[in-house]
Write a protein that binds this ligand. Structure first.
Ligand code: MTE
Length: 334
Protein backbone atom coordinates (compact mmCIF):
# COMPACT_ATOMS: atom_id res chain seq x y z
CA UNK A 1 0.00 0.00 0.00
CA UNK A 2 1.33 3.39 -0.96
CA UNK A 3 1.60 5.74 1.93
CA UNK A 4 2.39 9.39 1.53
CA UNK A 5 5.67 10.68 2.85
CA UNK A 6 5.03 14.30 2.02
CA UNK A 7 4.08 17.17 4.29
CA UNK A 8 0.63 15.84 5.06
CA UNK A 9 2.02 14.09 8.06
CA UNK A 10 1.99 10.51 6.87
CA UNK A 11 4.93 8.23 7.07
CA UNK A 12 5.52 4.75 5.92
CA UNK A 13 4.72 2.51 8.86
CA UNK A 14 8.10 0.86 8.61
CA UNK A 15 9.92 4.12 9.01
CA UNK A 16 12.36 4.02 11.89
CA UNK A 17 10.88 7.32 12.98
CA UNK A 18 7.64 5.71 13.92
CA UNK A 19 8.48 4.19 17.26
CA UNK A 20 9.51 7.33 19.14
CA UNK A 21 6.32 9.07 18.11
CA UNK A 22 4.28 6.05 19.14
CA UNK A 23 5.42 6.68 22.68
CA UNK A 24 2.26 8.01 24.19
CA UNK A 25 0.83 7.18 27.56
CA UNK A 26 1.56 3.47 27.77
CA UNK A 27 -1.00 0.70 27.68
CA UNK A 28 1.66 -1.87 27.07
CA UNK A 29 0.15 -4.84 28.82
CA UNK A 30 -3.10 -4.87 26.93
CA UNK A 31 -1.38 -4.40 23.61
CA UNK A 32 1.00 -7.24 24.40
CA UNK A 33 -1.96 -9.41 25.29
CA UNK A 34 -3.63 -8.68 22.01
CA UNK A 35 -0.57 -9.28 19.90
CA UNK A 36 0.56 -12.42 21.65
CA UNK A 37 -2.51 -14.23 20.44
CA UNK A 38 -3.42 -15.29 23.96
CA UNK A 39 -6.66 -14.71 22.11
CA UNK A 40 -9.27 -17.11 23.40
CA UNK A 41 -9.99 -16.49 26.98
CA UNK A 42 -7.78 -13.46 27.32
CA UNK A 43 -9.27 -11.52 24.47
CA UNK A 44 -12.74 -12.46 25.49
CA UNK A 45 -11.85 -11.25 28.95
CA UNK A 46 -10.45 -8.09 27.47
CA UNK A 47 -13.93 -7.12 26.49
CA UNK A 48 -15.12 -7.25 30.04
CA UNK A 49 -15.18 -4.29 32.37
CA UNK A 50 -12.93 -6.17 34.74
CA UNK A 51 -10.21 -6.41 32.15
CA UNK A 52 -10.71 -2.75 31.39
CA UNK A 53 -10.07 -1.93 35.03
CA UNK A 54 -6.90 -4.03 34.96
CA UNK A 55 -5.76 -2.27 31.82
CA UNK A 56 -6.32 1.07 33.43
CA UNK A 57 -4.24 -0.02 36.39
CA UNK A 58 -1.49 -1.09 33.99
CA UNK A 59 -1.41 2.32 32.37
CA UNK A 60 1.70 3.90 33.84
CA UNK A 61 4.89 3.22 31.95
CA UNK A 62 5.94 3.94 28.43
CA UNK A 63 5.05 2.03 25.33
CA UNK A 64 8.61 1.46 24.17
CA UNK A 65 7.69 -0.47 21.07
CA UNK A 66 4.57 -2.03 19.78
CA UNK A 67 4.32 -5.74 20.46
CA UNK A 68 5.43 -7.83 17.56
CA UNK A 69 7.62 -5.00 16.37
CA UNK A 70 6.59 -2.30 13.96
CA UNK A 71 4.76 -4.79 11.81
CA UNK A 72 2.02 -4.64 14.42
CA UNK A 73 1.04 -1.36 12.83
CA UNK A 74 -0.20 -1.45 9.29
CA UNK A 75 -2.22 0.89 7.17
CA UNK A 76 -1.82 4.61 7.40
CA UNK A 77 -0.29 6.04 10.48
CA UNK A 78 0.34 9.62 11.23
CA UNK A 79 3.28 11.34 12.86
CA UNK A 80 0.92 13.70 14.62
CA UNK A 81 0.71 13.39 18.37
CA UNK A 82 -2.39 11.53 19.55
CA UNK A 83 -5.07 13.61 21.19
CA UNK A 84 -5.11 13.32 24.98
CA UNK A 85 -7.08 10.29 26.08
CA UNK A 86 -9.11 12.53 28.35
CA UNK A 87 -10.25 14.74 25.46
CA UNK A 88 -10.97 11.76 23.22
CA UNK A 89 -13.15 10.19 25.90
CA UNK A 90 -14.99 13.27 27.21
CA UNK A 91 -15.70 15.29 24.04
CA UNK A 92 -17.97 12.98 22.08
CA UNK A 93 -20.84 12.74 19.69
CA UNK A 94 -23.11 9.87 20.64
CA UNK A 95 -26.62 11.24 20.39
CA UNK A 96 -28.14 8.16 22.01
CA UNK A 97 -26.72 9.64 25.22
CA UNK A 98 -27.45 13.31 24.57
CA UNK A 99 -26.52 15.98 22.06
CA UNK A 100 -24.07 17.87 24.25
CA UNK A 101 -20.42 16.81 23.81
CA UNK A 102 -20.04 16.14 27.53
CA UNK A 103 -23.16 13.99 27.87
CA UNK A 104 -21.95 10.65 26.43
CA UNK A 105 -19.12 10.49 28.99
CA UNK A 106 -21.60 11.23 31.77
CA UNK A 107 -24.44 8.97 30.74
CA UNK A 108 -23.06 6.11 28.63
CA UNK A 109 -22.22 4.02 31.71
CA UNK A 110 -25.73 2.59 31.35
CA UNK A 111 -24.88 0.96 28.00
CA UNK A 112 -24.85 -2.79 28.54
CA UNK A 113 -22.07 -4.29 26.41
CA UNK A 114 -22.23 -7.92 27.58
CA UNK A 115 -23.59 -10.09 26.15
CA UNK A 116 -23.23 -8.51 22.70
CA UNK A 117 -23.83 -9.93 19.26
CA UNK A 118 -23.41 -8.54 15.76
CA UNK A 119 -25.65 -9.96 13.09
CA UNK A 120 -24.20 -10.02 9.58
CA UNK A 121 -26.81 -10.69 6.92
CA UNK A 122 -28.46 -9.54 3.72
CA UNK A 123 -26.86 -10.39 0.38
CA UNK A 124 -24.20 -12.80 1.63
CA UNK A 125 -23.63 -16.53 1.11
CA UNK A 126 -22.81 -17.10 4.78
CA UNK A 127 -24.92 -14.94 7.07
CA UNK A 128 -23.87 -15.22 10.70
CA UNK A 129 -24.57 -13.92 14.15
CA UNK A 130 -21.25 -13.26 15.87
CA UNK A 131 -20.87 -13.18 19.62
CA UNK A 132 -18.48 -10.38 20.53
CA UNK A 133 -15.98 -12.96 21.82
CA UNK A 134 -15.85 -14.55 18.36
CA UNK A 135 -15.54 -11.21 16.59
CA UNK A 136 -12.56 -10.37 18.80
CA UNK A 137 -10.82 -13.55 17.68
CA UNK A 138 -11.65 -13.29 13.99
CA UNK A 139 -8.40 -11.58 13.04
CA UNK A 140 -5.29 -10.31 14.83
CA UNK A 141 -5.68 -6.87 16.34
CA UNK A 142 -3.66 -3.95 15.07
CA UNK A 143 -3.17 -0.47 16.37
CA UNK A 144 -3.87 2.26 13.82
CA UNK A 145 -3.38 5.92 14.52
CA UNK A 146 -6.01 7.73 12.49
CA UNK A 147 -7.23 11.27 12.25
CA UNK A 148 -10.95 11.66 12.83
CA UNK A 149 -12.38 14.84 11.29
CA UNK A 150 -15.87 15.73 12.46
CA UNK A 151 -18.25 17.48 10.08
CA UNK A 152 -18.58 20.19 12.73
CA UNK A 153 -15.03 21.41 12.12
CA UNK A 154 -12.94 19.74 14.81
CA UNK A 155 -10.56 16.84 14.62
CA UNK A 156 -8.68 14.37 16.82
CA UNK A 157 -5.87 11.86 16.34
CA UNK A 158 -6.72 8.55 17.94
CA UNK A 159 -4.81 5.26 18.26
CA UNK A 160 -7.54 2.73 17.51
CA UNK A 161 -7.31 -1.01 18.08
CA UNK A 162 -9.06 -3.39 15.74
CA UNK A 163 -8.75 -4.96 12.31
CA UNK A 164 -9.88 -4.20 8.77
CA UNK A 165 -13.60 -4.67 8.29
CA UNK A 166 -12.63 -6.51 5.08
CA UNK A 167 -11.56 -9.47 7.25
CA UNK A 168 -15.12 -9.91 8.45
CA UNK A 169 -16.64 -9.22 5.04
CA UNK A 170 -14.59 -11.95 3.39
CA UNK A 171 -15.88 -14.54 5.90
CA UNK A 172 -19.52 -13.93 5.03
CA UNK A 173 -18.94 -14.00 1.24
CA UNK A 174 -20.96 -11.14 -0.27
CA UNK A 175 -23.09 -12.14 -3.28
CA UNK A 176 -22.58 -10.61 -6.71
CA UNK A 177 -25.49 -8.20 -6.31
CA UNK A 178 -24.29 -6.83 -2.95
CA UNK A 179 -23.30 -3.22 -3.68
CA UNK A 180 -23.61 -1.50 -0.30
CA UNK A 181 -23.19 -2.23 3.37
CA UNK A 182 -25.57 -0.89 5.97
CA UNK A 183 -24.44 -0.44 9.58
CA UNK A 184 -27.14 -0.58 12.22
CA UNK A 185 -26.38 0.39 15.78
CA UNK A 186 -27.84 -0.32 19.18
CA UNK A 187 -31.12 1.43 19.99
CA UNK A 188 -32.23 0.46 23.47
CA UNK A 189 -34.65 2.82 25.17
CA UNK A 190 -33.93 1.31 28.58
CA UNK A 191 -30.22 2.21 28.51
CA UNK A 192 -29.99 5.09 26.02
CA UNK A 193 -31.74 8.21 27.32
CA UNK A 194 -31.11 10.14 24.08
CA UNK A 195 -33.59 7.94 22.22
CA UNK A 196 -36.38 9.93 23.85
CA UNK A 197 -35.39 12.87 21.67
CA UNK A 198 -36.59 13.00 18.10
CA UNK A 199 -33.35 14.52 16.82
CA UNK A 200 -32.67 11.43 14.69
CA UNK A 201 -34.77 8.54 13.47
CA UNK A 202 -33.38 5.69 15.60
CA UNK A 203 -31.52 3.42 15.29
CA UNK A 204 -28.51 5.39 14.09
CA UNK A 205 -27.78 3.89 10.69
CA UNK A 206 -24.80 4.44 8.40
CA UNK A 207 -23.72 3.01 5.08
CA UNK A 208 -20.78 2.51 2.77
CA UNK A 209 -20.36 1.30 -0.78
CA UNK A 210 -18.99 -2.26 -0.74
CA UNK A 211 -15.58 -1.19 -2.08
CA UNK A 212 -15.33 1.48 0.63
CA UNK A 213 -16.21 -1.08 3.27
CA UNK A 214 -13.55 -3.42 1.83
CA UNK A 215 -10.86 -0.72 1.72
CA UNK A 216 -8.12 -1.82 4.14
CA UNK A 217 -8.31 1.53 5.95
CA UNK A 218 -11.87 0.85 7.10
CA UNK A 219 -11.49 -0.40 10.62
CA UNK A 220 -13.70 -2.47 12.87
CA UNK A 221 -12.54 -1.05 16.19
CA UNK A 222 -12.77 -2.64 19.62
CA UNK A 223 -10.37 -0.41 21.50
CA UNK A 224 -8.45 2.82 21.62
CA UNK A 225 -5.21 3.80 23.35
CA UNK A 226 -4.60 0.10 23.94
CA UNK A 227 -7.75 -0.36 25.99
CA UNK A 228 -11.26 -1.51 25.28
CA UNK A 229 -13.44 1.27 23.92
CA UNK A 230 -15.03 3.40 26.61
CA UNK A 231 -18.81 3.23 26.24
CA UNK A 232 -18.98 6.84 25.07
CA UNK A 233 -16.64 6.03 22.16
CA UNK A 234 -18.87 3.27 20.85
CA UNK A 235 -18.24 0.14 22.92
CA UNK A 236 -17.99 -2.70 22.37
CA UNK A 237 -17.46 -2.43 18.60
CA UNK A 238 -17.63 0.45 16.14
CA UNK A 239 -16.59 1.50 12.70
CA UNK A 240 -13.76 3.93 11.92
CA UNK A 241 -13.69 5.31 8.38
CA UNK A 242 -10.87 7.84 8.55
CA UNK A 243 -11.32 9.60 5.18
CA UNK A 244 -14.98 10.39 5.85
CA UNK A 245 -16.58 12.80 8.29
CA UNK A 246 -16.82 11.34 11.77
CA UNK A 247 -20.54 10.63 11.62
CA UNK A 248 -19.90 7.76 9.17
CA UNK A 249 -18.01 5.95 11.97
CA UNK A 250 -21.05 4.30 13.55
CA UNK A 251 -20.79 3.32 17.20
CA UNK A 252 -22.04 0.26 19.09
CA UNK A 253 -22.80 -1.86 16.01
CA UNK A 254 -25.40 -4.61 16.26
CA UNK A 255 -26.05 -5.47 12.62
CA UNK A 256 -24.18 -5.28 9.32
CA UNK A 257 -26.39 -5.82 6.29
CA UNK A 258 -25.37 -6.18 2.62
CA UNK A 259 -27.75 -4.54 0.16
CA UNK A 260 -28.19 -3.83 -3.52
CA UNK A 261 -29.60 -0.34 -2.94
CA UNK A 262 -27.88 2.58 -1.24
CA UNK A 263 -28.92 2.50 2.43
CA UNK A 264 -30.78 5.46 3.92
CA UNK A 265 -28.59 6.83 6.67
CA UNK A 266 -29.78 8.53 9.86
CA UNK A 267 -28.17 11.88 9.04
CA UNK A 268 -29.32 11.80 5.46
CA UNK A 269 -32.89 11.23 6.62
CA UNK A 270 -32.59 14.09 9.12
CA UNK A 271 -31.13 16.66 6.67
CA UNK A 272 -30.53 15.34 3.16
CA UNK A 273 -29.27 18.67 1.80
CA UNK A 274 -26.57 18.79 4.50
CA UNK A 275 -25.43 15.18 4.86
CA UNK A 276 -24.97 13.16 1.70
CA UNK A 277 -24.30 9.44 1.49
CA UNK A 278 -20.60 9.78 0.68
CA UNK A 279 -19.53 12.42 3.21
CA UNK A 280 -15.88 12.24 2.20
CA UNK A 281 -13.77 14.84 3.98
CA UNK A 282 -13.37 17.52 1.32
CA UNK A 283 -12.07 21.04 1.99
CA UNK A 284 -13.45 22.17 -1.39
CA UNK A 285 -17.07 21.29 -0.71
CA UNK A 286 -18.62 23.43 2.01
CA UNK A 287 -21.37 22.33 4.31
CA UNK A 288 -24.43 24.48 3.38
CA UNK A 289 -24.00 26.39 6.64
CA UNK A 290 -20.21 26.56 7.06
CA UNK A 291 -16.86 26.11 5.35
CA UNK A 292 -15.03 22.78 5.54
CA UNK A 293 -11.65 24.27 4.55
CA UNK A 294 -10.16 24.36 8.05
CA UNK A 295 -10.45 22.51 11.31
CA UNK A 296 -9.59 22.86 14.97
CA UNK A 297 -7.60 20.04 16.55
CA UNK A 298 -9.08 19.22 19.95
CA UNK A 299 -6.52 20.09 22.60
CA UNK A 300 -4.95 22.92 20.63
CA UNK A 301 -6.57 25.86 22.38
CA UNK A 302 -10.17 27.01 22.36
CA UNK A 303 -12.27 30.04 21.51
CA UNK A 304 -10.16 32.97 20.35
CA UNK A 305 -6.98 30.94 20.85
CA UNK A 306 -8.06 28.00 18.72
CA UNK A 307 -5.42 27.19 16.15
CA UNK A 308 -6.83 26.50 12.70
CA UNK A 309 -5.40 23.76 10.51
CA UNK A 310 -6.08 23.29 6.84
CA UNK A 311 -8.35 20.34 6.22
CA UNK A 312 -6.78 17.83 3.84
CA UNK A 313 -8.55 16.17 0.92
CA UNK A 314 -9.95 12.83 2.11
CA UNK A 315 -8.63 13.83 5.54
CA UNK A 316 -5.08 13.16 4.31
CA UNK A 317 -5.80 9.62 3.05
CA UNK A 318 -5.99 10.62 -0.61
CA UNK A 319 -3.29 8.20 -1.76
CA UNK A 320 -5.20 5.26 -0.34
CA UNK A 321 -8.76 6.14 -1.31
CA UNK A 322 -8.95 8.66 -4.18
CA UNK A 323 -9.05 5.97 -6.87
CA UNK A 324 -12.42 4.78 -5.56
CA UNK A 325 -13.93 8.10 -6.65
CA UNK A 326 -12.16 8.56 -9.98
CA UNK A 327 -14.45 10.36 -12.42
CA UNK A 328 -17.09 11.15 -9.81
CA UNK A 329 -18.36 14.67 -9.28
CA UNK A 330 -17.65 15.05 -5.57
CA UNK A 331 -19.79 18.19 -5.34
CA UNK A 332 -22.78 16.21 -6.52
CA UNK A 333 -21.93 13.08 -4.54
CA UNK A 334 -21.07 14.91 -1.30
N1 MTE B 1 -22.64 6.54 16.29
C1 MTE B 1 -23.82 6.52 16.95
N2 MTE B 1 -24.42 5.32 17.15
N3 MTE B 1 -24.43 7.66 17.38
C2 MTE B 1 -23.86 8.89 17.18
O1 MTE B 1 -24.45 9.91 17.58
N4 MTE B 1 -21.97 10.14 16.24
C3 MTE B 1 -21.01 10.17 15.13
C4 MTE B 1 -20.07 8.95 15.15
N5 MTE B 1 -20.80 7.73 15.45
C5 MTE B 1 -22.61 8.95 16.49
C6 MTE B 1 -22.02 7.73 16.09
C7 MTE B 1 -20.22 11.39 15.06
S1 MTE B 1 -21.06 12.80 14.57
C8 MTE B 1 -18.88 11.43 15.32
S2 MTE B 1 -17.98 12.86 15.05
C9 MTE B 1 -18.17 10.25 15.87
O2 MTE B 1 -19.05 9.17 16.13
C10 MTE B 1 -17.49 10.64 17.17
O3 MTE B 1 -16.70 9.60 17.67
P1 MTE B 1 -15.86 9.82 19.01
O4 MTE B 1 -16.81 10.30 20.07
O5 MTE B 1 -15.27 8.49 19.35
O6 MTE B 1 -14.82 10.85 18.71
Amino acid sequence: MLIRTSDNGFIHPNSSEFTPRAVYEGRRNVLRLMASGVAGAALAGWASREAFAQAAAARPGKLAALPGGKSAVTGAVTMEAPTDYKDASTYNNFYEFGTDKSEPARYAHTLKTTPWTVEVDGLVAKPAKFALEDLLKLSPMEERIYRLRCVEGWSMVIPWVGYSLAELIRRVEPLGNAKYVEFITQADKATMPGLRSGVLDWPYVEGLRLDEAMNPLTLLAFGMYGEVLPNQNGAPVRLVVPWKYGFKSAKSLVRIRFTEKEPRTAWNKAAAQEYGFYSNVNPNVDHPRWSQATERRIGEGAGLFAKKRKTLMFNGYEAQVAQMYAGMDLKKYF
